[in-house]
Design a protein around this ligand. Structure first.
Ligand code: M6R
Length: 365
């Protein structure tokens, strides 16, 4: 039931504050991750883990890409991420004590399940699943499971599944990091930041009218470029995926530092460039990338932390977002991009919840 909402996608976007909270429940206190957060067997296992191999498809793959930044930064454990359809058809070197981590909303994605089944034969230390559907094949076949608490996701374009996957992945990262020397203070700082996320997402939902206004400028566009740096690069990828899936506008995402290495050639006044710019260590570098776009007449749409001081100028639309912690920023910054795609699709009159050619659950290769 869509309730008061016009589409399931919009309803699911608005559910995010609640379901992110639900995914934290029973797993974190005010300032730390609970020992039992990943189940009782996990504690000992995590101490042995020297490498994490993440496997997923689509949006879930983007969640895995964000997690790689977290796992290497906070836990200091090497992490590889690969789409399941690639992983399953190539030879790979398995490092000792590697945790195999599958991320899937449905738990029924054919390629992800095939990769897991291979992995179980291949000598990984253990298989952990992050999944939204209890009783799914992925949940049944994995050694350890962290359930996201997104509830049923009906819209084909994944929204709340992604932000709850990120929440679960951050909790997992902190549990792993603790066995690898993360200080209590740093853990407390990040857990406290995580508790602020539902409120920050609410603040973003309150900007809906501004984002709807912005979306008008995409009506006559055929292409769009999304930029992000660091852990916001996967957020840019996810933003581009949302836009292409539901509005059928061709969208690509690049790490902003790659601009000069090719995509800058595409930038002209017909190419909107969307950037996520939290106030992190990369903000200054990102601003100089924006200059490069502006100099070529590109129209810029910047979602930026107030403190990043990005000023609206000619051809630059800035939406100022609440201040967020650098680690939790990818969760929060995803939301305005979801809303942007949603509004563009509504204006274009596409079938938002059932985009052409796509299925919610990809159970065949
Ligand atoms: O159920 P899964 O998370 O395994 O699905 C993977 C992808 O098919 C899925 O994330 C897809 O990319 C989304 N519909 C994108 O919005």
């Amino acid at each position: 039931d869509k309730g008061e909402y016009r589409h399931f996608m919009l309803k699911e976007i608005h559910e995010q504050p609640r379901v992110i909270k639900a995914t934290m429940e029973g797993r974190v206190t005010e300032s730390r991750v609970l020992e039992q957060a990943l189940g009782t067997e996990a504690g000992e296992l995590l101490q042995d883990i020297r490498h994490v191999q993440i496997i997923a498809c689509g949006t879930s793959y983007h969640a895995g890409m964000v997690a790689r930044y977290w796992i290497e930064d906070l836990a200091g454990v090497p992490c590889s991420v690969e789409v399941a359809s690639e992983f399953r058809y190539r030879k790979h070197v398995i490092q000792k004590d590697t945790l195999f981590l599958c991320i899937s909303q449905s738990g029924e994605t054919a390629d992800t399940l095939a990769a897991l089944r291979q992995a179980k034969q291949a000598g990984f230390r253990a298989a952990l699943a992050i999944c939204n559907v209890p009783g799914s094949s992925l949940v049944r076949e994995s050694d350890l499971v962290i359930m996201t608490q997104a509830g049923p996701e009906i819209g084909v374009a994944s929204t709340k599944a992604f932000t709850t996957q990120l929440t679960a992945l951050l909790i997992f990262t902190l549990a792993l990091a603790r066995t690898n020397g993360l200080s209590k203070n740093r853990e407390a700082e990040i857990v406290k930041a995580l508790h602020l996320v539902p409120g920050q997402v609410n603040d973003i939902l309150a900007l809906d009218a501004d984002i709807a206004e912005m979306s008008r400028r995409f009506m006559d566009k055929h292409h769009a470029l999304f930029l992000g740096r660091g852990s916001q690069f996967p957020v840019a990828l996810e933003g581009a995926l949302k836009l292409k899936e539901i509005s059928y506008i061709h969208a690509e995402a690049y790490p902003a530092g790659e601009l000069k290495h090719g995509p800058l050639a595409l930038v002209d006044s017909d190419m909107p460039v969307i950037t996520v710019a939290p106030n992190n260590s990369m903000a200054e570098k990102l601003k100089s990338n924006l200059e490069e776009v502006r100099a070529r007449g590109g129209e810029l749409f910047v979602f930026a932390d107030r403190a990043a001081n990005v000023n609206p100028e000619h051809n630059t639309h800035v939406l100022q977002l609440p201040e967020v912690h650098e680690i939790t920023a990818p969760i929060v910054y995803t939301v305005p991009l979801q809303l942007l795609s949603y509004h563009v699709a509504v204006l274009k009159g596409t079938d938002v919840d059932q985009p052409r050619n796509l299925a919610k659950s990809v159970t065949v290769e």
